[in-house]
Design a protein around this ligand. Structure first.
Ligand SMILES: Nc1ncnc2c1ncn2[C@@H]1O[C@H](COP(=O)(O)OP(=O)(O)OP(=O)(O)O)[C@@H](O)[C@H]1O
Length: 227
């Protein structure tokens, strides 16, 4: 059986009355590139933040390397994380980690030894803002990591890259998983099916059933239905 190195089990996250993640479950197989897709505000960054313990779930549990993120502090020993908005974009990764190590009294040798250890990577929109040559470099590096047995969970809006890179995909919509499994033959089409066409079709149906209905009213109905 394929080893699952990342598992999200029935995770929900609420901020006050707002439910941002609603019973989210999916897993990432070892040695794969797994695309995490969904419209703005769907809950991708929140999920990645829960997997790094930057955000705590309201319910449910996340596992990295078979360790509970909430209960086992060693969950992140082989985890690398690149946030969507790095705080110090002018520093190299090595310099950034050396500075963090300095602040925490971790000797330089130990920091450098650990720098190349991650085998599980969480990347939040890693292609954003890259020029074509850096984008190609990253593309090749991700493939190399996967080919050497590393595992990558990556959120992105660039579906053409995922089509070439990903083994599996998970799609999230308003905090709920709508698809998780093998990469489909045409991810853009699948995306349209889940996020655009179905909604338009349902709107048309509502129009037929109820006569002329205000678009905003239909959106409210759809949202109520999905709560
Ligand atoms: N600290 C917070 N307090 C309240 N709401 C929050 C907080 N953090 C995130 N949210 C809300 O949670 C929802 C999901 O946000 P999240 O950043 O996870 O989405 P996303 O899928 O990563 O979006 P994008 O593609 O734009 O990065 C959004 O509606 C956002 O406004």
């Amino acid at each position: 059986m394929t080893e699952k190195v990342i598992e999200v089990k029935h995770v929900s996250k609420r901020y006050g009355n707002k439910t941002v993640l609603n019973n989210v479950s999916f897993s990432v197989r070892k040695g794969t590139i797994h695309g995490f897709i969904g419209p703005n505000g769907a809950g991708k960054t929140t999920t990645l933040s829960i997997l790094t313990r930057l955000v705590l779930p309201t319910h449910g549990e996340a596992y990295v390397d078979s360790k509970s993120v909430n209960r086992d502090p060693s969950f992140n020993q082989r985890l690398g994380f690149i946030p969507a908005e790095p705080k110090f974009p002018s520093l190299s990764v090595e310099d950034y980690l050396l500075d963090c190590g300095y602040l925490r009294d971790i000797p330089k040798g130990e920091v450098l030894r650990n720098l190349y250890r991650p085998r599980i990577y969480l990347l939040d929109e890693p292609f954003n803002g890259l020029d074509p040559s850096f984008r190609q470099d990253l593309f090749n590096n991700l493939k190399t990591i996967r080919d050497k047995g590393g595992t990558i969970l990556m959120s992105t809006h660039i579906l053409s890259d995922l089509q070439k890179l990903a083994d599996d995909i998970t799609m999230i919509k308003r905090g709920r998983i709508v698809y998780s499994g093998a990469k489909t033959p045409d991810i853009e089409k699948t995306y349209e099916d889940y996020f655009i066409e179905k909604e338009v079709a349902r709107e048309l149906l509502q129009d037929q059933v109820g006569g002329v209905i205000d678009r905003k009213e239909i959106r409210n109905l759809l949202e109520d239905e999905e709560q």
